[in-house]
Design a protein around this ligand. Structure first.
Ligand code: NOJ
Length: 789
């Protein structure tokens, strides 16, 4: 058996919680994130990537070239030059790509460390953003591992972007005329005449020279593999009055055998030059860099310590204790905005996406979840629907892709309902009932309480129903590409009916807790579920939607898209289906859509355009929403299976998309330590290839599926529920979870088949499966749960 996470390109270091990349030439850049939602960026296993402050479109710091032209460049580089021989190389392999004698990249929570050795010069670059800092640090350590003294020069390289990243890519004459650099006491500053915001790049050691202009540094008709400044070993020491600004500082290094040197580079953006000087000065203080790194580690450790598990499955533990929550926190910060696939130029954050991102983080970052939810509720209109997307810095909202079809509905049927579901999850986790009284403005005027916002969300969906009494789909539902309403106002989403029922049942539960009227919510849920049962059951599964003409989509009578997975899982999650139909629906889903690498979203896929569904059929068969394996939707299958009591199916479906189990990197291509959004489906020539790693709702939902459904540890208003759907191969597990300030030590043991739970809390038997909240002052609770029929 190979170790968890081992691939031809790396392995998972469990003790350090790091993914170790052992070859630089990974099939795609395997990236990591630095920063915690303020200043941040992406960094690949060869130092590639870009940085920004809060908003990659409106406050960009450094550039990146899209479409891999050239592959994974530029980045945060340091060239090393042997002054005796003139030989030069990059310890991160890129951009020179000279083969190294040794190479290792370690991606950890919030940092990346790349070590490269050549000709007895051992170099290590550590990249990270200190908590709450407006800048990033690159700590370069060099060691002469040889037996003779060495004389070296180092040249750093970062390509600066005009802060409006779109203008930087679009209007090259304007942006390059106005963005200038100047050099002051070893620091490069870049800004325009009309904005005080200043990008800065500096180092902890006195440089012997600098470069600020890309063309001068690289040279005519050369590229980053052989820049003229490095080849000649001479910086130009010229400011850049216009053009492509860079940050390059040259240092002279003399290293005796065994001697080590350290240089710390600081890259960031501040409101003005004084702010830049302050940030730079802060990291010149002795010990400041080590202290900042220790603070970063401590912050991540505290976040990850909120939930820790030990099961018989090391891959499960590695994900749940490490990379899955790391990915969840990253999606919470950046939604779907800035990655190696989303360029940070366009779409901004997604309303539904950010709402779902809180689900996997609320236990560990409740304040941030609160802030996100409040920000999202501000995107709601008085009629109850919400903007589909927004920019985090400016708050500017948009309808996303819907803008391309102004005659079609300009709203999505699910955005506002996710807000209800996520707010209820936040309240179950935190018990912060006062949040419901917080007043938040609507996009178009007055402010009201969060409770009233929730009621308006439900009211919008209630008021926008189609001929079958189901929610109208609007421009689309969760599946952005399912564009069935071409102006008729009649197309409906079956999936959204199920989502509405989930939101209503959550609200009814909350209202009951608060002593408010709950029956209205339940009645509407019953009415909606009855409409689903009456109109949407297709004999062996549920239809997906109805088009403009009231014709069903996702039914057996169709030639394409005969079955879609989402209504089969959400009939369980939304509790709309009677048990036998739910069972049949799940079975049909596995039978028609199941593969060894996950469940395809629909089948058969469209093959060529199809005006009726518009977006979905723009993809080739087997890609993304057109029959690809959409990992996000697979997580719902895990939840549904566990909720339905299909323990082994839940576990099996969970493992099918588990990235640490994909050792076929030359097929899978993407990072093995985080989830990707989609895997090409069985009808695609590249079946099994992963795409769009990192920023996906898969992160939060797989975390919820694993922790709340397979392990069954679910927050409720009254206490922590322990209701595992234990795989039959497991004899139990232990977990530690912080809930409302109390540390719960949980030991679960299987004593027989079935899912019935007997609880002992601090040695005393407790009826039911909910551990009551302990009296104030208690900060530790020990639980033994025995599972049998
Ligand atoms: C990715 C989008 O970011 C998300 O909002 C959407 O739900 C899925 N694609 C499915 O279309």
């Amino acid at each position: 058996m190979t170790a968890v996470g081992s691939t031809p390109y790396g392995w998972f270091d469990e003790s350090a919680r790091e993914y170790v990349v052992t070859r630089p030439d990974t099939p795609t850049p395997w990236i990591n994130y630095i920063g915690e939602g303020g200043y941040g960026g992406i960094v690949s296993n060869t130092g590639g990537g870009y940085s920004f402050d809060r908003d990659p479109r409106n406050r960009r710091v450094s550039r990146y070239r899209y479409n891999a032209i050239p592959a994974d460049q530029p980045g945060r580089y340091v060239y090393l030059r042997d002054q005796e021989t003139g030989a030069f190389w990059s310890p991160t392999w890129q951009p020179v790509r000279r083969p190294l004698d040794a190479y290792e990249c370690r991606h950890g929570a919030g940092y990346t460390r790349i070590a490269g050795e050549l000709d007895a010069i051992a170099a290590e670059l550590l990249y990270f953003v200190p908590p709450a800092a407006p800048c990033e640090l690159w700590r370069l350590r060099l060691r002469n591992a040889g037996v003779r003294p060495r004389r070296l020069r180092s040249f750093s390289y970062v390509e600066l972007s005009y802060p409006d990243a779109l203008a930087d890519q679009q209007n090259l004459d304007w942006a390059q005329h106005i963005f200038r650099t100047r050099h002051e006491d070893g620091t490069l500053l870049a800004c325009t005449e009309f904005r005080p915001d200043t990008t800065f790049f500096s180092s902890s050691a006195e440089p012997v020279g600098f470069d600020a202009d890309r063309e001068r540094f690289v040279g005519r008709w050369r590229d980053l593999a052989d820049p003229i400044a490095v080849e000649l070993g001479e910086p130009s020491n010229e400011d850049s009055p216009r053009g492509n600004g860079i940050g390059s500082l040259c240092h002279e290094l003399e290293l005796a055998p065994g001697e080590e040197r350290e240089i710390v580079y600081v890259l960031g953006i501040a409101g003005d030059a004084d702010g830049a000087a302050r940030a730079v000065a802060a990291y010149r203080e002795p010990g400041a860099v080590d202290a900042a790194f220790a603070a970063l580690r401590a912050d991540w450790d505290a976040y990850l310590a909120r939930f820790v598990v030990a099961t018989p499955d090391p891959a499960f533990d590695a994900m749940v204790d490490g990379w899955n929550p790391i990915q969840c926190r990253t999606t919470l910060h950046w939604s779907r905005f800035a990655s190696a696939y989303e360029t940070g130029l366009g779409r901004g954050m997604g309303t539904r996406d950010s709402a779902q991102d809180t689900l996997g983080t609320v236990h560990a970052a409740p304040e941030r979840a609160h802030e996100t939810l409040t920000r999202l509720w501000r995107l709601q209109f008085l009629d109850g629907h919400a903007w589909h997307q927004f920019f985090p810095l400016t708050g500017e909202g948009s309808v996303g892709h819907a803008a391309e079809r102004p005659a079609w509905p300009q709203w999505f049927c699910d955005d506002h309902l996710w807000l209800v579901i996520a707010t209820c999850a936040y309240l179950r986790e935190t018990g912060h009932a006062a949040y419901l009284e917080q007043r938040v403005p609507y996009e178009d005027g007055v402010e009201e309480t969060i409770w009233e916002h929730m009621l308006r969300a439900i009211e919008f969906t209630r008021a926008h129903r189609g001929p079958h009494g189901l929610p109208r789909i609007g421009f689309a539902d969760w599946d952005d590409t399912l564009n069935l309403d071409h102006g008729s106002g009649r197309a409906e989403s079956v999936w959204c009916a199920m989502q509405l029922c989930r939101a209503l049942l959550d609200l009814a539960e909350l209202a009951g807790e608060l002593g408010r009227e709950a029956e209205g919510f339940r009645a509407l849920a019953r009415e909606t579920a009855a409409a689903v049962e009456e109109h949407c059951w297709d004999g062996a599964w549920y239809a997906r939607a109805f088009d403009d003409d009231g014709r069903p989509v996702g039914v057996a009578a169709e030639e394409r898209h005969r079955i879609n997975m989402n209504p089969q899982t959400w009939c369980v999650i939304g509790e709309t289906a009677p048990s036998e139909r739910a069972e049949r629906a799940l079975r049909s889903m596995e039978e028609h859509l199941g593969t060894e690498l996950g469940i395809a979203l629909l089948d058969p896929p469209y093959d060529g355009g199809d005006e009726r569904v518009a977006g979905t059929a723009t993809y080739p068969p087997g890609a993304k929403e057109n029959g690809g394996i959409f990992c996000h939707a697979n997580a719902w299958a895990v939840v549904a299976a566990a909720k339905h009591g299909w323990n082994d199916a839940a576990y099996d479906w969970y493992r099918r998309i588990l990235p640490l189990l994909r050792d076929d990197s030359d097929r899978y291509l993407v990072e093995p330590y985080v989830y990707c959004q989609n895997v090409c489906g069985p009808t695609h020539p590249q079946f099994g290839m992963g795409r769009n790693a990192w920023l996906t709702g898969t992160a939060s939902w797989t975390y919820v599926a694993a922790t709340q459904w397979i392990l069954g540890i679910r927050p409720t208003y009254r206490g922590l529920r322990i209701a595992p759907a234990l795989p039959s191969a497991w004899d139990g597990f232990t977990a530690r979870r912080l809930f409302r300030g109390v540390a719960y030590e949980i030991a679960v043991e299987r004593a027989g088949p079935g899912n019935a739970v007997s609880l002992e809390v601090d040695g005393v038997a407790v009826a039911g499966d909910v551990v009551p909240l302990p009296p104030p002052g208690r900060d530790r609770v020990s639980i033994r749960a025995t599972i049998a029929s």
